[in-house]
Design a protein around this ligand. Structure first.
Ligand SMILES: Cc1cc2nc3c(=O)[nH]c(=O)nc-3n(C[C@H](O)[C@H](O)[C@H](O)COP(=O)(O)OP(=O)(O)OC[C@H]3O[C@@H](n4cnc5c(N)ncnc54)[C@H](O)[C@@H]3O)c2cc1C
Length: 401
């Protein structure tokens, strides 16, 4: 059965970015009819529910970028939201550790970047780092005291509950299949009928490029899905580490490296890896979606990216295929973790926008037209940054930016 409805604002995607945007719109237009469409039976089943759960402090991002700005604002906003709504967080801090002398210059560059971003950072000697974390090997480290952890899926579910309790329409199990923008607004075709909206915001994560293309947005990028496998750590004491432990990132690689993360429900994980996913939203190791795979392999940007990063891509693939090799990355900074300690844990898939020339689109990217806005690139730290991102989206949508 199909029906046709109207709404003032339509939002597509019930991840943390779509839900935060819905709440922000609602706070500015309490009387408006706001409809959020999510294809899954529950919110937060994709990136928002499958990530490291880190409230990033904002150490890594290029000064002046949207990531640097929204992440710094996002730490405070996330902690405040969680405190107000009874969601547990822990500001456990993070150590970014150098284990080899060749990493020390990069560590200094990272420290300067954190300072340029106005982020609190402390440089530690190897001995001081080991005093803080006796189970960790380090010849030097950066301490980011304001980094924390949270369960972003819990945050997103709370946002969904607030949205509906304030009169928002949350339509789960409703996939947007296409539509177009007219002089009056946006028409969205869904698996449950057509919706006419005054304005629309698309926060479709791993499907962002497809949504943009189906609505005629002028964009030239493709979402390349990067799979990240994690392991849970067994057989280790509850005080294995007090902080999150990250390696010094390699500037040649787009992601932060395999890190040792404390979880909100206790315990630790290591991960994530970074290899091309065979399906954008399939999480079993064997998941394969021919359309998704063809979309990546037929895109010139993917091959150019691969050519530029052949060595690191080969290393990532080898580590994804061999636990022993994966373990070596972890043992560089935590030698006491052994093969038998690695237990399976849920994986995540990152939506990373890549340009036709093979460039990773590093910053958050929003593309707007007269009546709509597409969130085209919202990778990490977009969960940390979701609340300021939402404010930015609504400013642009309402013409206040
Ligand atoms: C492995 C991994 C580790 C990460 N670690 C961190 C971290 O520690 N800290 C951090 O800040 N960030 C982290 N991130 C990034 C963070 O998870 C994402 O940036 C954030 O969740 C993006 O939220 P989103 O709402 O844009 O996307 P999503 O959570 O993916 O939500 C998009 C939603 O849109 C829906 N949708 C798509 N197409 C349609 C359609 N046609 N119709 C209806 N609905 C549709 C999907 O079902 C989905 O629910 C990590 C990500 C990954 C994958």
């Amino acid at each position: 059965m199909t029906n046709a409805t109207t709404t003032d604002f339509a939002l597509v995607g019930g991840g943390i970015v779509g839900l935060a945007t819905a709440l922000n719109l609602q706070s500015r237009h309490p009387r408006a009819k706001i409809t959020l469409l999510e294809k899954e039976p529950q919110p937060a089943l994709h990136q928002t529910g499958r990530n490291s759960g880190v409230i990033h402090a904002g150490v890594y991002y290029a000064p002046g970028s949207l990531k640097a700005r929204f992440c710094a604002q996002g730490v405070a906003a996330t902690n405040a939201f969680c405190a107000e709504h009874g969601i547990a967080t822990q500001t456990c801090g993070k150590l970014i550790v150098a284990t080899d002398a060749s990493e020390l210059p990069r560590m200094e560059t990272l420290e300067s970047r954190a300072r340029a971003n106005g982020i609190r950072i402390e440089r530690l000697s190897g001995a001081d780092a080991r005093k803080l974390e006796p189970n960790i090997s380090a010849i030097g480290a950066l301490l980011s005291p304001s980094t924390g952890i949270v369960d972003y899926a819990e945050m997103a579910r709370k946002m969904a509950a607030l949205f509906t309790s304030r009169g928002g329409m949350l339509q789960l199990g409703t996939q947007v299949t296409g539509g177009d923008e007219t002089a009056q607004g946006v028409t969205l075709h869904t698996t449950h009928g057509t919706i006419s909206a005054g304005k629309a915001v698309f926060c479709a994560g791993l499907q962002a490029d497809r949504m943009a293309a189906r609505f005629g947005a002028q964009v030239d990028f493709r979402i390349i899905p990067f799979r990240g496998d994690y392991f849970a750590i067994k057989n280790q004491p509850a005080d294995l580490v007090q902080h999150l432990i990250y390696p010094i990132p390699d500037p040649e690689r787009p992601f932060l490296g395999v890190h040792l993360t404390r979880k909100m429900n206790g315990g630790f994980t290591v991960g994530p890896s970074a290899v091309l996913a065979g399906a954008r939203e399939g999480y079993a190791k064997t998941s394969l979606n021919p359309t998704d795979l063809a979309a990546a392999l037929s895109y010139p940007g993917f091959w150019k990216l691969l050519a530029k990063n052949a060595a690191s891509a080969a290393d990532e693939l080898a580590s994804a295929l061999s636990r022993k090799r994966y373990l070596k990355k972890v043992q560089r900074y935590c030698a006491r973790i052994e093969l038998a300690d690695l237990a399976p844990y849920k994986s995540g898939i990152r939506a990373q926008a890549v340009a036709r020339d093979g460039r990773i689109i590093d910053d958050f990217l929003f593309v707007d037209s007269r009546h709509s806005l597409h969130v085209c690139n919202a990778p990490s730290p977009a969960a940390t940054s979701a609340l300021p991102i939402a404010a930015h989206i609504v400013d642009r949508l309402l013409g206040d930016a």
